[in-house]
Design a protein. Structure first.
Length: 306
């Protein structure tokens, strides 16, 4: 197999010694950490001026996501880190991690170490004096200059154990708000239509199981084969359902449904029980027995249903 030569973006690195590469690796990491600390200070200054008035973004998280193209989780983490190291208001005595903030500005510690220190400080007993909290924070920050998050975590555990021997109980963790499971929420049927920039519209809907099963039946009834020259229909399932949906709407729009004797007219495409009984031959095989039973009940409830 022939060797493929890739273009060298940094040819000067081949001439550098191993020690020079290691030193450069540390220097670049320090510069990145200093830049991250400076970004946090900039973000806090923007918040102090009013992010909505200055930039048009509703809050700091939206600003970070929009400007830096980050995920929601990463944006939240960065904003929380910036708030901890660059408080907007005057912090309470013993609550500001001064040593951690100074090490971050120097580029001596990174995001992982900062987050581990902040998490450890949140677990310190509330009965400690301000001086004791400041000394614990300084110990962790000094340790972070030469160690990683694992070493900081172990040192924090030792601190909590020592405080417990002296009668100080660890701070209780903040309870997370209870969240309802999506499956337990009542289904509120709704349809949203948004216009696409490139033309057309995007439709999204939330419906009940019965409505979804009825829609599947109607789409399958209007899903007609469209073979190519070789007799093969190469459309994907979503494309076939899109074509069937368009045909269903076109037929429903072209048929005039008028009321008879003061009663509602018959639907343009009712789901008949006869069709459901023939589901093995005509209906979609992906419908379960429970779905077919629900559809039969809904068909009997429709005016004019078979």
């Amino acid at each position: 197999m022939a060797h493929i030569a890739h273009p060298e973006t940094h040819p000067e690195l081949r001439r550098a010694s191993t020690q020079e590469l290691l030193n450069g690796l540390r220097q670049e990491e320090q510069i990145q950490r200093q830049s991250a600390a400076l970004q946090g200070a900039m973000l806090t200054e923007l918040e102090r001026r009013g992010i909505r008035d200055c930039t048009g973004y509703p809050d700091a998280i939206s600003l970070v996501r929009g400007c830096l193209h980050l995920t929601l989780s990463e944006a939240r983490t960065r904003v929380a880190r910036a708030h901890a190291l660059n408080p907007l208001d005057e912090p309470k005595p013993g609550m500001f991690p001064a040593a951690t903030a100074a090490a971050a500005r120097e580029g001596a510690i990174g995001a992982g170490q900062i987050d581990e220190i902040l998490g450890s400080l949140a677990k310190l007993p509330g009965t400690l004096t301000d001086h004791d909290r400041e000394m614990d924070e300084k110990k962790l920050a000094d340790l972070a200059r030469t160690g990683g998050p694992g070493i900081i975590r172990q040192a924090a555990k030792d601190m909590l154990a020592e405080h417990a021997l002296n009668g100080h109980k660890p701070a209780a963790p903040h309870p997370e708000p209870a969240r309802r499971k999506r499956d337990e929420e009542p289904v509120e049927e709704k349809v949203q239509i948004r216009q696409r920039r490139g033309g057309g519209h995007h439709i999204s809907a939330t419906v009940t199981d019965e409505t979804c099963a009825s829609l599947k039946v109607l789409l399958d009834k209007n899903d007609h084969p469209r073979p190519e020259a070789d007799g093969v229909d190469r459309r994907t399932l979503s494309r076939r359902r899109g074509d069937a949906f368009t045909l269903l709407i076109t037929r429903s729009d072209s048929q005039d449904v008028k009321p008879r004797d003061g009663r509602p007219g018959k639907a343009a495409h009712p789901v008949s029980s006869k069709y459901l009984r023939q589901g093995r031959r005509q209906g979609p095989s992906h419908l379960s027995r429970a779905e077919r039973r629900r559809l039969r009940k809904s068909a009997k409830a429709q005016p004019g249903g078979a």
